[in-house]
Design a protein around this ligand. Structure first.
Ligand SMILES: Nc1nc2c(c(=O)[nH]1)N[C@H]1C(S)=C(S)[C@@H](COP(=O)(O)OP(=O)(O)OC[C@H]3O[C@@H](n4cnc5c(=O)[nH]c(N)nc54)[C@H](O)[C@@H]3O)O[C@H]1N2
Ligand SMILES: Nc1nc2c(c(=O)[nH]1)N[C@H]1C(S)=C(S)[C@@H](COP(=O)(O)OP(=O)(O)OC[C@H]3O[C@@H](n4cnc5c(=O)[nH]c(N)nc54)[C@H](O)[C@@H]3O)O[C@H]1N2
Ligand SMILES: [Mo]
Length: 774
């Protein structure tokens, strides 16, 4: 067996415990504690005036788009005060903070020293206030001028033996305008190496939906949720990650919808919700949300969905036409006969055992669905980050197709996106596998030939850097090291680079594990005013339901050395491409309308972009499914036949899902609590079933080490506290990014290449101080 890769200093959170305190698992989310918590944090970071100004403008028509999640704003009325949630307010507090990192800060603290801090400590240091440079062999970041920084990057890029030796990552906060310019620059430079956070997020949804339904996005609008008869929520924790979704669910329920939650954990927000924007909510009235909770085993969803379909099929055969929408199936779909023939080979008892749900509950679910046709299925990372994620999501589609639940009001697919503009970035061209039509449009409009060869996604990029096939890494936002799998392997990959560059708002671990040389380029965030000659510029974003809206920051930037992302890309493009470029880049900085006009010429669906983006509430992009069309090769929706695969575990192994606490936004750790789950002041925890704890002769509170073995490599994460939790036997949960070190680089979802962050086989042993185990 190979050894664990040598540890790179500062690449992981230090394994220091912070002192676990426990409380009860909360039954109801939000309400007064959420309001208090959001105001406190914002005022603490940004001061009263700045903080209140930010919150007042958050998600208002004409205000700025919340930098937290991609949940849509209501099309019609919006809350009088503002439309946001506790965690949106916290994301704003992070960005609006008055703390900043001066050159003195970097002189005082070496890179190695900063690497010893936890992510929580690193993030709380403040905003980056000027470009910083780490010279080859240097120990401390030093200030550098913007011009010198761009010259350096341009030189390194032009020195490569092929443009494919550079990698250009994007996180999902980048605006449409910046993302479009970025991909244009990267493609004129000569590569499609445009991995993005989507590769680790909803890529499985994109692949499954495109193949089955002809569009990689969900089909429902917010109002569909309000009209649905049944809403199924699989693998999503909206109470923490999309809190404003709870308002929509509450409205749906008031209109008579039934809500089915499918999750290994009884997540607080799904169980009950007190809407803090309503008096009844503050008083704690009518909180129950979920009608039926199915506590599924990790990755049991595929089996569960097939079991439900099988029961529905049996009923349909008994009473033809009573359960399935045969007209819809005949007119719109292909593969129904093969699909039902496959159902005939299945056994519902066996499927029930695989997913860990009692047959009676599966029958109850099938009964609930049998007579309904307005069904919506929502899902997030609990479906996308597994080996068979694409097939599971196609099974979601199968169920909806049987019921004719796509392309009509109150029904459809609802993959709930993560980052606030992750969907928009993809729409305007951030994709390592661009379509021919996008490349043709670029060629036609910009008079250069974009490369046709597909580029690297996230996992391929890491491997390329590790093997020396890529030498320059450029990140437009994000925290690549901490967000990606196999931390030590990825750290080695970044360290192998000649140059690593991060465009960032806040300091993070990816700045501390670097190439031979490194740069941090500070940019404006969503809440910052983007001023040019006294005029305030705006950008635009697309939310999870395909609405494009303007976003205008309002806070004075904490430093006059920050650049807007579009401006930064223009200067980068000019410094790199020089006279070779076919594009007049300066026009874009003078007026963002020029960028939007070029998006309109290149990307379908943006007709009259500049006019429509100025309408209050923005505009919907076209969506074939909404119109009852399926843009697959045959113009028909596709039933998919795929056998369920069982989780493969060796003797003694457990399946681990890596999830978010209530106090984090991805790798940004706001605090050490996970209030709803009753976990306080500690993130190095492992949630376990009582029987799994006693089978290992452990106790609630035991200190343990976690091991993963995959592809002949042993990975270890040390010092975690066992928490007894209502989680199915055989399953465990930990927080990311602390356990990313255990997620093998080689373990990915089929077809989407997404790391299997919710499906990691681990063994758990009592903590020892020894460096080696086994
Ligand atoms: N406050 C806050 N908001 C956020 C984020 C954040 O970190 N903080 N992140 C943003 C981003 S980028 C994203 S992608 C989203 C993420 O939003 P979520 O997908 O809700 O985030 P996770 O914490 O990864 O939670 C996954 C949920 O799936 C469940 N789960 C895990 N495995 C399985 C399984 O096999 N089957 C089923 N049925 N359930 C399973 C877990 O118990 C958990 O409830 O949120 C976005 N919004
Ligand atoms: N184990 C495990 N790993 C996971 C996941 C999981 O569930 N489990 N989830 C995956 C998912 S769904 C995602 S989306 C990825 C997230 O991956 P990323 O998007 O790469 O990570 P974030 O933590 O969202 O990035 C935070 C950083 O973005 C920068 N930033 C914030 N705002 C701005 C801005 O406006 N502009 C710029 N330029 N920079 C900004 C800040 O410097 C901050 O430190 O992680 C993935 N990794
Ligand atoms: Mo995400």
């Amino acid at each position: 067996m190979e050894d664990q890769p040598t540890s790179i200093p500062g690449s992981e959170n230090p394994d220091q415990l912070t002192g676990l305190k426990k409380g009860p698992i909360m039954k109801v989310a939000a309400g007064i504690p959420a309001v208090v918590s959001s105001f406190e944090k914002t005022v603490q970071e940004a001061g009263v005036n700045r903080g209140m100004k930010a919150l007042f403008n958050l998600n208002k028509k004409g205000g700025f788009d919340c930098p937290s999640c991609a949940w849509p704003d209501p099309d019609d009325e919006r809350s009088g005060i503002a439309e946001y949630c506790e965690n949106g307010a916290r994301a704003v507090a992070e960005e609006a903070t008055l703390k900043k990192l001066t050159p003195e800060f970097f002189t005082q603290h070496s890179v190695i020293e900063l690497g010893k801090l936890s992510d929580h400590e690193i993030g709380s240091k403040g905003r980056i206030a000027q470009p910083m440079h780490l010279p080859a062999g240097g120990t401390h970041y030093q200030p550098i001028t913007w011009n010198a920084a761009f010259t350096k990057i341009g030189m390194e890029l032009n020195r490569l033996s092929s443009p494919d030796e550079a990698i250009f990552y994007t996180s999902g906060r980048t605006s449409n305008e910046a993302a479009f310019l970025y991909q244009l620059f990267v493609r004129e430079f000569g590569t499609n190496n445009l991995p993005d956070c989507s590769n680790m997020c909803h890529e499985s949804s994109g692949v499954a939906l495109t193949e089955s339904l002809g569009i990689g996005k969900g089909s429902v609008k917010l109002d569909d949720l309000h009209q649905a008869e049944v809403i199924m929520i699989l693998g999503q924790n909206p109470g923490t990650n999309h809190p404003r979704m709870l308002t929509a669910l509450q409205k749906a329920k008031a209109n008579g919808a039934k809500i089915i939650s499918i999750n290994p954990l009884p997540e607080t927000g799904l169980m009950g919700f007190n809407n803090p924007q309503k008096v009844t909510g503050v008083l704690g009235i009518n909180p129950a949300l979920t009608d039926l909770f199915l506590q599924i085993r990790i990755n049991g969803d595929h089996a569960l969905l097939q079991a439900i379909e099988l029961l529905l099929w049996k009923e349909e055969r008994r009473n033809p036409g009573s359960v399935f929408d045969q007209d819809f199936i005949r007119e719109n779909t292909e593969g129904y006969e093969q699909f039902t023939a496959h159902l005939d080979t299945l056994n519902v008892e066996e499927l029930a055992v695989i997913c860990g749900i009692e047959l009676a509950q599966i029958e109850e679910t099938a009964r609930l669905l049998a007579s309904k046709s307005k069904i919506i299925v929502c899902w997030a990372m609990g479906l996308t980050q597994h080996k068979n994620a694409v097939d599971t999501i196609k099974e979601v589609v199968n169920l909806l197709l049987l019921k004719g639940s796509i392309g009509k009001p109150g029904a459809g697919t609802c993959p709930v996106r993560g980052h606030s503009n992750v969907q928009g970035d993809r729409t305007v061209g951030i994709f390592e596998k661009p379509s021919e039509s996008l490349l043709n449009a670029i060629e036609r409009n910009f008079r250069f030939s974009p490369p046709r060869k597909h580029g690297f996604d996230v996992v391929e990029s890491i491997k390329a850097m590790h093997e020396g096939r890529a030498k320059v890494f450029f990140a437009m936002g994000g925290n690549f090291l901490s967000a990606t799998p196999d931390t030590q392997y990825t750290a080695q990959a970044l360290s192998n680079c000649k140059l690593t560059v991060h465009v960032s708002t806040k300091l993070n671990r990816s700045h501390l594990v670097h190439g031979e040389e490194a740069l941090i380029l500070p940019c404006l965030g969503r809440s910052d005013a983007d001023l040019r000659e006294g005029e305030s510029r705006f950008i635009s974003c697309e939310n999870s339901m395909g609405v494009v809206q303007m976003s205008k920051g309002i806070l004075p930037p904490i430093s006059d050395m920050l650049l807007s992302e579009p401006e930064l890309i223009v200067r980068l493009a000019k410094a790199t491409l020089g006279k070779k470029s076919q594009i007049n880049w300066d026009r874009y900085i003078a007026d963002y309308d020029v960028i939007r006009a070029d998006i309109e010429r290149t990307i379908p669906g943006f007709e009259n972009y500049n006019e429509r983006v100025r309408q209050p509430g923005g505009f919907y992009l076209p969506n074939c499914n909404r119109e009852g069309k399926f843009d697959t090769n045959t113009q028909k929706a596709q039933f998919n036949v795929a056998p369920v695969i069982e989780n493969k575990l060796e003797e003694g192994e457990l399946m681990m899902m890596t999830i978010r606490s209530h106090d984090q936004f991805n790798t940004t750790v706001y605090g050490l609590n996970d209030r709803y789950r009753g976990i306080f002041n500690e993130r190095r925890v492992v949630l376990m079933n009582r029987r799994d704890i006693s089978a290992r002769h452990l106790e609630n509170g035991s200190l343990v080490d976690l091991y993963n073995r995959f592809d002949g490599v042993e990975r270890v994460a040390r010092k975690f506290v066992v928490i007894e939790y209502p989680i199915p036997e055989g399953c465990t949960a930990t927080y990311f990014p602390e356990t990313n070190v255990l997620v093998p680089i080689g373990s990915v979802a089929e077809k989407s290449n997404t790391p299997t962050s919710k499906m990691v086989a681990i063994t758990i042993v009592k903590h020892t101080n020894a460096d080696t185990q086994f």
